[in-house]
Write a protein that binds this ligand. Structure first.
Ligand code: PMP
Length: 444
């Protein structure tokens, strides 16, 4: 590891000086803490297709793609054209604009169970408003989230996304762990936590709190513990239970939505939520979120009903233009086929390397998402299994790949690699040989 860090420091001198200036002005030197790691982050200069170049001129194949935002490759000409055309007309008007409804029509084509969508500016805002609408619809206050799922950093949901060992409580009834100072106790007590992939445990919670629970919010595929897939029948069971206990089912598809299938995990697994949360891919690289809801639930939203949702920047014309271009011009059925095939190639290659290496690890993923969890277990199905992964070894592996020109994912074990339509088989083969070399170095 030390040699990787030494090599990294040698390669990133300009980044180091930019960081030394930035720490004087931004807490931790960054706009969001997920972008930093020891000894300091490298700074982006530009990006094109599957590649990023840093300020020191190093080239990287990028599989982070801004944590899953980029799906059409960096600086995709179709998206750039749409953005430029919009910029020439004006950035933002404070008036409705034609493309909003066009983009919602496209979202409804992909999520046919949804009657209406509203735009926000981020995934966090989207999950926050979804909870309000669900509470308005049910007249109840509490919500249930899954241990290990991340839904953004607002007060209701900054809870138990990565609780520390020893503070988790029993597996079947996890103790909610509040991750941030400053969250009012009265707010946090409205959030209950269930284990992922355990319908029995969820039923116990819903039965116990039937009169109080407004919604179950979940990532149908957890993308914030590496990648954790729902076991066969689990999502269907959650759907049945939420109906039985009159609870709104919210799928947070900020990571999976518009990525693992045209209609995300809802389409892939054939389970219809009552509310769906989208962001990341949706804005084509610009800030954009949206929540969609069924007819009855949509009618709670002001001015149809009494649940407020406002925002000066909602449906920003440039974001909507970029999103519309990506969804309607780039993400064709063939594009999804390509993304999924590339995902298969990456996962298979990783599995072959790990098998040869004898390192205890598991490759998990779906569609164009893939991750390696350095973990002894054969199957990783929930947070408590995922957290047993070797995080120190992961950081060495990640740094080893960075020094060889590959950004495998964000600098944290719980993220994953995502592909874009700009990635090629040869990018993947080159990446696999970097992974192979790095793991050999780490185990020799
Ligand atoms: N939901 C999920 C599943 C996410 O992965 C994230 C961010 N990684 C969010 C919500 C929050 O999105 P944002 O960072 O845009 O607020």
């Amino acid at each position: 590891m030390n040699t990787y860090v030494e090599e990294y420091i040698k390669r990133t001198r300009k980044s180091k000086s930019l960081y030394e200036e930035a720490v004087k002005h931004l807490p931790g030197g960054v706009a969001t803490p997920i972008r930093t790691f020891d000894p300091y982050p490298f700074y982006a200069a530009r990006a094109k297709g599957s590649k990023i170049w840093d300020v020191d001129g190093n080239e990287y194949i990028d599989y982070n793609n801004c944590y899953g935002v980029i799906i059409a490759g960096h600086a995709n000409p179709v998206v750039e054209k749409a953005v430029k055309e919009q910029i020439e007309k004006g950035l933002i008007f404070g008036l409705p604009e034609e493309k909003e409804a066009l983009l919602v029509k496209e979202l409804k084509r992909r999520y046919p169970m949804m009657d209406m969508f509203r735009f926000t500016n981020s995934g966090s805002e989207t999950t926050m408003y979804s909870l309000r609408i669900a509470r308005a619809y049910t007249g109840k206050d509490k919500i249930v989230k899954m241990e290990g799922s991340y839904h953004g950093s607002h007060d209701y949901l900054m809870i138990s996304h990565q609780p520390p060992l020893g503070k988790m409580g029993p597996a079947w009834a996890p103790t909610p762990f509040v991750h941030s100072d400053g969250i009012p106790k009265d707010t946090a007590k409205n959030t209950l936590v269930a284990p992922f992939n355990d319908a029995g445990a969820l039923e116990n919670i819903l039965r116990k709190h039937e009169a109080e629970v407004a919604a179950v919010i979940m990532e149908p595929v957890i993308g914030n513990c590496g990648v954790l897939l729902p076991e066969k029948g689990y999502l269907e069971d959650v759907r049945t239970l939420t109906r039985k206990y009159n609870v709104v089912l919210i799928f947070d598809e900020v990571k999976t939505g518009l990525r693992i299938a045209p209609g995300g995990a809802s389409e892939y697994f054939g389970v219809d939520p009552d509310i769906v949360c989208l962001a990341k891919v949706l804005g084509g690289g610009m800030s954009l979120g949206a929540f969609g809801a069924t007819k009855d639930i949509s009618s709670e939203i002001f001015p149809l009903g009494g649940a407020m949702h406002f925002g000066t920047y909602n449906g920003h014309p440039v974001s909507v233009a970029a999103g519309l271009a990506v969804l309607t011009q780039v993400l064709t059925d063939e594009a999804y086929e390509k993304l999924n095939l590339l995902g298969d190639r990456l996962r298979k290659g990783m599995r072959d390397i790990l098998e040869r290496s004898g390192i205890p690890a598991k490759v998990q993923g779906i569609g164009s998402m893939a991750t390696i969890l350095f973990n002894e277990l054969d199957q990783i199905t929930n947070y408590r299994e995922a957290i047993r992964s070797d995080k120190e070894f992961f950081m060495k592996y990640w740094m080893g790949c960075v020094t060889k020109g590959v950004i495998m994912m964000g600098p944290k074990w719980s993220e994953e690699s995502v592909l874009t339509t700009a990635h090629t088989e040869s990018d993947i083969d080159q990446t696999l040989s970097v992974i192979d070399d790095t793991l050999k170095e780490l185990t020799s």
